[in-house]
Design a protein around this ligand. Structure first.
Ligand SMILES: Cc1cc2nc3c(=O)[nH]c(=O)nc-3n(C[C@H](O)[C@H](O)[C@H](O)COP(=O)(O)OP(=O)(O)OC[C@H]3O[C@@H](n4cnc5c(N)ncnc54)[C@H](O)[C@@H]3O)c2cc1C
Ligand code: HEM
Length: 405
């Protein structure tokens, strides 16, 4: 625990972090990549370009300063960060590098306002946070290595099948190239895949939720191709995967992890809520529950634009037919003339939980939400207003999420 003087000094920086946090973290990344360019391929350069990672780090530093008297209240988000770190291979030896650039950035951005005492207080505070994170990360590395079929670091997987699921989502079936075991994982968890991105001239990691139930002879990921839009460049890794990676190719894969997974220690109802490609972790959960013939009441709610981008519609319908306690409800925002109402989708427009509260609000149910940021915010707000306890709402952000909520 830091002494009172150091904690007061750190807390005194809260207003300045609120105002200049992003300037600080932008400066930090530019500085770190200039001095330690070998770290660039470790970081998601898409998140750097969109500003998502600068924002995530700024929120994290601010939250830590605000909670410096009791940093363990941040444990749930620190667990998310630790999983993300392990998923891209961050090790204890990286912390001094980040620490050096962070402290130098505080000095350079704050100028004369950064007294020696303040820098010393932040150095101690950073050391404390680094200890918490490396402790969590060591546990995750240990568990990944000890899991059946598990490993640490990167392992080569061969693409055994590449299947088009919709106009924009394609699945990749992955099998260990060493002929070894496929790892056990919890439905909802993700793997990280590393590919060479020609436009950057470097490798890049991206996380993908496992879309199939555990226990198969493969890992399956289902990737949306992020097309170029007027205001946004084409996604780097998703386009490489769709365009260049084919059956027989090898992908570097980090082990399954993540703190968003199906809670199996209960037999209460499960409500799975997604939009777009956010259905991937839920599909793993649904396949797992049906394979186990779980008696749990299951609602599968999915929203997408129209039938052309509606992935896995036949699979979900088939699973729902197999077990009467699975009820699937689909929303098309803008159905095409060729989309068949009552077969492919149930409602036109956006998913609105308030309107179907009788269908989704069940005692002791767990709610798993995944989709674009605005969609998740809306669903979580609706669930809370319908009286669902926050501890029963589980969500996965397909970007840098944790501290932003
Ligand atoms: C836990 C987790 C699970 C995930 N699971 C899945 C999954 O199952 N399926 C799936 O398809 N994806 C999943 N993702 C998302 C995935 O990791 C990638 O983020 C996604 O494939 C896009 O990567 P990319 O390299 O193609 O895009 P990037 O190049 O990283 O770009 C990402 C987005 O940022 C935008 N962008 C880039 N630069 C700028 C800029 N300068 N200004 C404005 N916008 C910009 C791009 O247009 C794009 O939309 C998951 C992410 C996480 C964290
Ligand atoms: C106390 C120190 C640190 C803090 C507070 C911190 C904080 C964060 C946060 C908040 C995220 C985003 C998580 C999410 O929402 O997805 C993140 C991701 C990440 N961090 Fe750290 N981190 C620290 C140390 C490090 C170190 C030492 C490294 C190694 C160089 C590192 C590399 C990364 C990478 C590669 C990501 C993945 C996100 C991306 O590539 O865009 N971090 N960290």
């Amino acid at each position: 625990m830091l002494d009172q003087t150091s904690r007061d000094l750190v807390k005194a920086t809260v207003p300045v972090l609120k105002e200049h946090g992003i300037t600080l973290t932008r400066h930090f990344y530019a500085r770190m990549f200039a001095h330690n360019p070998e770290l660039k391929p470790v970081f998601n350069q898409g998140n750097q370009q969109s500003g998502g990672q600068q924002q995530a780090l700024a929120m994290a530093v601010l939250a830590y300063a605000e909670h410096i008297d009791d940093p363990m209240v941040l444990l749930p988000v620190l667990t998310l960060v630790a999983n993300k770190h392990v998923s891209v291979g961050i090790r204890a030896e990286h912390y001094p590098i980040v620490g050096r650039h962070l402290l130098a950035s505080i000095k350079e951005v704050l100028g004369t306002a950064a007294s020696d005492d303040l820098i010393a207080a932040w150095a101690a505070a950073y050391g404390q946070l680094a200890d918490v994170l490396t402790g969590l990360e060591n546990d995750i590395y240990g568990r990944a290595a000890l899991t059946e079929g598990g490993w640490t670091g990167w392992r080569a997987f061969k693409v055994s099948e590449k299947i088009v699921e919709s106009e924009e989502i394609t699945s990749f079936y992955l099998q260990p190239a060493d002929g070894g075991k496929v790892p056990v994982y919890r439905p909802g968890q993700y793997i990280t895949v590393k590919v060479f991105v020609p436009v950057l001239g470097m490798m890049q990691p991206r996380q993908y939720s496992l879309s199939a139930a555990p226990g198969n002879a493969y890992l399956r990921i289902s990737v949306k191709r992020e097309a170029q839009l007027a205001e946004k460049p084409a996604g780097m890794v998703s386009n490489v995967l769709h365009r260049d990676i084919n059956e027989g190719d090898i992908l570097e894969v980090a082990p399954p992890m993540g703190d968003y997974f199906l809670h199996e220690d209960r037999d209460t109802p499960v409500v799975l809520i997604s939009a777009g490609v956010g259905l991937t972790p839920k599909l793993s959960m649904l396949e797992h529950l049906t394979a186990r013939k779980s008696g749990r009441e299951i609602r599968f709610l999915h929203a997408c634009r129209h039938g052309g981008v509606h992935a896995f519609k036949h699979r979900v319908r088939e699973l729902a037919k197999m077990q009467p306690q699975v009820k699937s409800t689909v929303y098309y925002e803008t159905p095409r003339a060729s989309d068949q109402k009552n077969i492919d989708y149930d409602y036109t427009g956006r998913l609105d939980l308030d309107k179907i509260a009788d269908h989704v609000i069940m005692p002791q149910a767990d709610y798993y939400v995944c989709g674009p940021h605005a969609f998740m915010q809306a669903q979580v707000a609706s669930l809370k207003s319908l009286g669902v306890d926050a501890s029963r709402i589980h969500k996965e952000a397909f970007g840098s999420g944790g501290f932003a909520d």
